[in-house]
Design a protein around this ligand. Structure first.
Ligand code: PRX
Length: 636
């Protein structure tokens, strides 16, 4: 008899699990890992190192994550729906795969990769639409032990090239084009442009989606459907070590260059599954929908791996919340009888701004649990979601975590833990959060605020940054040796619930997407008009934070030319990073507030961007205090 996965059913069970996870973590995580399919069990549950950042889980174990996502369900859930695909256009045919069908598709794709020379350990970049083949391709990589690196299909050619080169990928998977609401985007053309500068890539496999004509480069590019004709629908899973790399996912930090966050096989699997089961409390016959794109970590852990590991039915949506109208999310929920719905605060805020009828026209009776992720949710959005979508009967879990944590760290467990709007809540079992002072002292007690850090490893902890472990060490383990540093500030309320306040480093969170200010500045500085720039975040009603750029130009820019220069700067950012990083406001200035040592005082720029111009604090240490007045006068 297979051992069932433990699941927490009550607050008392949560408290007991939490206690055990702290008192005896190795025994706790050995029990949680027991029910998975292992080719070989581990020698050691945990090798912890929060100083050098060399953490290992389940060392010595052998497994393949896709056997756990697919094969082991075939006996009991072979005919259960694994994946439902809802297309961009509601009039297009939906696609539904049972676990057995998904297994076959993954094996077939895996064979196509093998036939094209992909080997265990090779890096494969995916730049694809939200179609079933993206989910299948990710799993196909994992099946044969190739490392997947999914690049969100909104990034520019330059951004793709940076990521492909950093990973030294040999193969790129893409499609002819993609749908995004009313627009179609020629994805293959973007890839072609990127690959002009990527010598490591020797094969591009193209999935036909829109039926568009594309340039196929002889000797490099092949069509997936042609390759699939010869490919068998069975494929043995490659045996992987627990600590073999599963994927790389690029994310922004406070330096200019995005870093490749590396997750490995066993720990990530256990963490994605455990957190998914317990936070969302998904039941056997539920339809579960996470609206995140597979290009972000939420799509990895909670659209794909978490739901499939636990044998759930997961919905994959190609479109956007506002197409063909702002009722689309709610229409899809009614259409498929979605029970658990997980989305981003920015989506809620954008829909809140549309007429209430868009949501009231749908019954939403099937919903039982709601979730949010990616950024702080404001009180108003929380209540709107709880009242109009959840009809006051669905718990809203506000899940805090990061690309680097692999899965949810702090969150209520649906229907089990206390909810407090705008508060993520309590740590999951195995997560030991602390608040630190700037000097690194732990702050005891409740009703306190500080830097959020984690003082014990959990199975999903980041293993390294690809090709540069020192960078991972410095970023996450360097600031406070002995702790994983999150980069977030948090408050612990009087009952011990955590509320995430926001980043304490130079990272801004735009619609739940992370950008380093330096990364956007680097892009802006590529523009021929620009000498120097400084970027800060400011509160934005829908996006959470907007991007405000202060820019010094080579030549004085008169009022008449400002529009042209700004448009040109935006174009540069779109080319360097992608539309998602477009500055919301650009202010051309003659100087930036700098200290005598040349450091930009972002504190002042942030205040100006926020509209706070009277209480700027001490500016006497500035090299030229006069620029502040000019900046205030020119504020957008
Ligand atoms: O600042 C926190 C914010 O998003 C950051 C992580 O971004 P990323 O790695 O892109 O992952 C997003 C999806 C997990 C965090 O450092 N963040 C994430 N979730 C929340 C949040 N802020 C407040 N509340 C949340 N629930």
């Amino acid at each position: 008899m297979p051992v069932p996965h433990p699941r927490l059913h009550s607050f008392a069970e949560y408290e007991e699990a939490y206690r055990r996870s702290v008192e005896n973590p190795e025994q706790f995580w050995a029990e949680v890992a027991e029910p998975f399919t292992w080719r070989r069990k581990w020698d050691t549950v945990l090798k912890a190192d929060l100083v050098g950042g060399h953490n290992e889980w389940y060392s010595g174990a052998k497994l393949n994550i896709t056997e756990n996502c697919l094969d082991r369900h075939l006996a009991t859930r072979g005919n259960k729906l694994a994946l439902i695909w809802e297309p961009n256009d509601p009039k297009t045919r939906q696609i539904r795969y049972t676990y057995r069908e998904l297994h076959q598709h993954v094996c077939q794709f895996a064979n196509v990769l093998l036939n094209n020379g992909v080997e265990k350990g090779d890096r494969v970049c995916l730049y694809m639409p939200m179609i079933p083949q993206l989910a299948i391709a990710v799993l196909a990589c994992a099946r044969i032990g190739a490392v997947h690196s999914v690049i969100f299909a909104g990034f520019s050619a330059t951004a793709i090239a940076d990521r492909v080169n950093d990973a030294q990928a040999t193969v790129v998977l893409t499609a002819d084009g993609l749908n995004r609401g009313p627009k179609q985007i020629p994805v293959k053309r973007v890839v072609d442009e990127a690959l002009e500068n990527c010598p490591s890539v020797r094969r591009v496999i193209v999935v036909e989606h829109l039926g568009w004509p594309v340039q196929m480069r002889e000797g490099r590019d092949v069509w997936y459907h042609e390759e699939a004709r010869e490919a068998a629908k069975t494929c043995p899973a490659e045996e992987m070590d627990a600590e073999d790399m599963l994927f790389i996912l690029y994310t922004s930090g406070s330096t200019g260059k995005p870093k490749g966050v590396v997750h490995t096989t066993a720990g990530y699997m256990v963490w994605a599954d455990y957190t998914f089961r317990n936070v969302f409390q998904v039941q056997e016959n539920d339809v579960y929908w996470c609206t995140a794109d597979i290009g972000w970590v939420t799509g990895h852990s909670y659209l794909l791996y978490g739901p499939l590991l636990s044998g759930s039915t997961t919905l994959l949506f190609e479109g956007v919340p506002t197409y063909p109208d702002a009722g689309r999310f709610w229409e899809v929920i009614d259409k498929h009888g979605v029970n658990v719905f997980y989305t981003a605060p920015t989506a809620i805020r954008s829909l809140m701004a549309t007429p209430l009828d868009n949501v009231l026209s749908y019954s939403l009776d099937s919903l039982r649990v709601l979730g949010t992720v990616g950024e702080p949710i404001n009180e108003e959005a929380w209540h709107w979601y709880h009242t109009h979508v959840g009809k006051e009967r669905c718990p809203v879990v506000d899940t805090w975590w990061q690309t680097e944590t692999g899965g949810i760290m702090i969150s209520a467990l649906a229907g089990i833990s206390p909810l407090r709007p705008t508060h993520a809540g309590q740590p999951l079992p195995g997560v030991q959060p602390v608040l630190l002072t700037q000097e690194g002292q732990e702050i005891q007690g409740n009703d306190e605020e500080g830097y959020l850090a984690i003082k014990f490893p959990w199975p999903g902890i980041i293993r390294t940054t690809y090709g540069d472990h020192e960078r991972a060490r410095q970023t996450y383990f360097g600031p406070y040796p002995g702790y994983y540093f999150t980069g977030d500030g948090a408050r612990r309320d009087s009952t011990g619930l955590y509320r995430i306040i926001g980043r304490v480093d130079d990272v801004i969170n735009v619609s739940g997407h992370r950008f380093g200010t330096a990364e956007i500045e680097n892009a802006i500085n590529q523009n021929a008009h620009v000498v120097e720039s400084a970027v800060v975040g400011y509160p934005h009603d829908v996006k959470g934070q907007g991007i405000y750029a202060f820019v010094i130009c080579r030549e004085p820019v008169g009022k008449a030319d400002a529009g042209h220069v700004e448009a040109s700067i935006i174009e540069t950012v779109v080319a360097e990073i992608g539309k998602i990083a477009k500055p919301d406001k650009i202010q051309i200035v003659s100087g930036l507030p700098k200290t005598r040592s040349g450091k930009i005082m972002r504190r002042i720029l942030r205040k100006v961007a926020e509209g706070e111009t009277t209480n700027l604090g001490d500016i006497t240490t500035l090299l030229d205090p006069g620029v502040v007045e000019e900046i205030i006068q020119g504020k957008k």
